[in-house]
Design a protein around this ligand. Sequence first.
Ligand SMILES: Cc1cc2nc3c(=O)[nH]c(=O)nc-3n(C[C@H](O)[C@H](O)[C@H](O)COP(=O)(O)OP(=O)(O)OC[C@H]3O[C@@H](n4cnc5c(N)ncnc54)[C@H](O)[C@@H]3O)c2cc1C
Length: 392
Amino acid sequence: MVIIGGGYTGTMAAARLASRGRSVTVLDRNELGWGASSRNGGMVLPGFKTGPGSLLKRYGDHGRQLYQATLDAIALVEETIRVNQIECQYAQTGQLHLAHKPALARHLEDEAHILSEQFGIATRVIPRAELSSEVGTSLYYGGLLVERSGGLHPAKYFAGLAQLARDRGAHLYDHAPATGIERRRPGGFTVSTPRGRISTGNVLLATNGYTDRILPSVRRRVIPIGSYIIATEPLTSELAHSAIPNRRMLIDSKNFLYYWRFSADNRMLFGGRASFAPTTTPMARDWLYAAMTRVHPQLKGVKIEHAWGGLVGFTLDRMPHIGRMDGVTYALGYCGTGVAMSTYFGQLAADWIAGDELPACWQRPFPSMPLYREKPWFLPAVGWYYRALDGL
Ligand SMILES: Cc1cc2nc3c(=O)[nH]c(=O)nc-3n(C[C@H](O)[C@H](O)[C@H](O)COP(=O)(O)OP(=O)(O)OC[C@H]3O[C@@H](n4cnc5c(N)ncnc54)[C@H](O)[C@@H]3O)c2cc1C
């Protein structure tokens, strides 16, 4: 079994397949965990880009199962951390979703109702007048608190998953790009790498936002989009408390959203998407600093000690996808919310490859876009469109 991509998806799949007695080789083009799995904001959240109400409307009972899968994904992350004693600073902090327009604040009640009635999740709508108990800013019109969510240290979590895969007998190789996949007759594949060729019965593509042209039919369904984060110097507890008193994971409702939280050592981690057009880390850093101090003017003057970016894998229906194309299994397209889902998809893909059935709710068409092959030429226009929506 060959897994291409050594992030959360690939290493979780490797650990699961190895525990089911399979011989597993994981290849990563860079260092293991080099992709989004060591660069993310560490927020462990339920849900997709599409809200629970729209999911139910669009997919009926499958929509309910899809949302439930995101809750199961959080439970899987927690269990994996607990059982394997992965030291990754996981804490169930709760998450606050902040409405940036009055009209969106009115929808929070509906969403809270669906979450508690259909999924039994503890939620609380916080009106604008009471928001200061949760966030030190006057920029937002209301918030929805979801207690189930949490936060972790992304690279430490990745290190734990990689160790788990190794302990169970999987072989993990860094600086080992897969450069070609050929189908063999009567069955199986040959995967080429610069170090040699591997014959295998199955291949899992777990490359998300870093998907290259190794499987063109998948590449043209995944749109890589940059996301960036800045980390301040460690803040005093008073300053930290003035910004996020209860240390929640915060996300706002814009298409060009901001997401922010504290690290265990009291650094504000503030992330967002600077633009859909290509940008640079220094430009994103300046833009994020301006955004952070617009949200929290009390942080003006704090030092930014780190800035970085990574690629998230978007899909046209803004949902993750697991399936098979040209015989190769793929599990990707987390649209920026993949810490929990990629762990879950890694396990789901492994079980499917080992012979279990793929649940029907995941057997959905993977949409493609005419004329899109590799270069997302349409992104600047889409960016303008979303920015206009955010501003309306
Ligand atoms: C800045 C940022 C912040 C984020 N914040 C959050 C968050 O707070 N919460 C959340 O839920 N999600 C977040 N995400 C998304 C989340 O990190 C990803 O969904 C998740 O890590 C995807 O894991 P993965 O294993 O599928 O892919 P990745 O971790 O991206 O790994 C893909 C790997 O494939 C390798 N690869 C590609 N092609 C080949 C090849 N041909 N041969 C060999 N290897 C190859 C790459 O080198 C890479 O290491 C964030 C993402 C970014 C970039």
